[in-house]
Write a protein that binds this ligand. Structure first.
Ligand SMILES: [Zn+2]
Ligand SMILES: [Zn+2]
Length: 115
């Protein structure tokens, strides 16, 4: 993939949870998948907004929802939705993984910590 690729349909997702939250022991509300490199990050409503930070830091502006049943793309460069291709599976995190997640790390007052 070249440096200016924003969508690479061949790259599988990095895992089933936010990369940085898994490392730090954090939690997320919803998950987003980087369309360029497969990085899974937490959404803009999540406490740490790792998908947004990844998009800015890596200049990978396009994300796709990683929530079951959602197939929209978002472009942080234009702040608008985008039509994108089918990406390498899986399309979403496992159905038995809760949102917010991951199980066991979500505080009782999680709604008050959303953006
Ligand atoms: Zn995160
Ligand atoms: Zn990326």
């Amino acid at each position: 993939m070249s440096d200016d690729t924003v969508i690479d349909p061949e790259v599988p997702p990095s895992g089933t949870g936010c990369v940085e939250c898994e490392e730090s022991g954090g939690w997320w509300f919803h998950l987003r998948r980087c369309a360029a490199c497969g990085h899974i990050g937490c959404c803009d409503s999540s406490p740490s907004q790792h998908a947004l930070h990844h998009a800015m830091d890596q200049r990978h502006p396009v994300v796709r929802s990683f929530e079951p049943g959602e197939d929209w793309f978002w472009d942080y460069a234009t702040n608008d939705y985008l039509d994108g291709p089918t990406l390498a599976p899986p399309d979403a995190h496992p159905l038995d993984q809760p949102a917010p997640g991951p199980a066991g790390r979500v505080p009782a007052e999680w709604r008050r910590q959303l953006h």
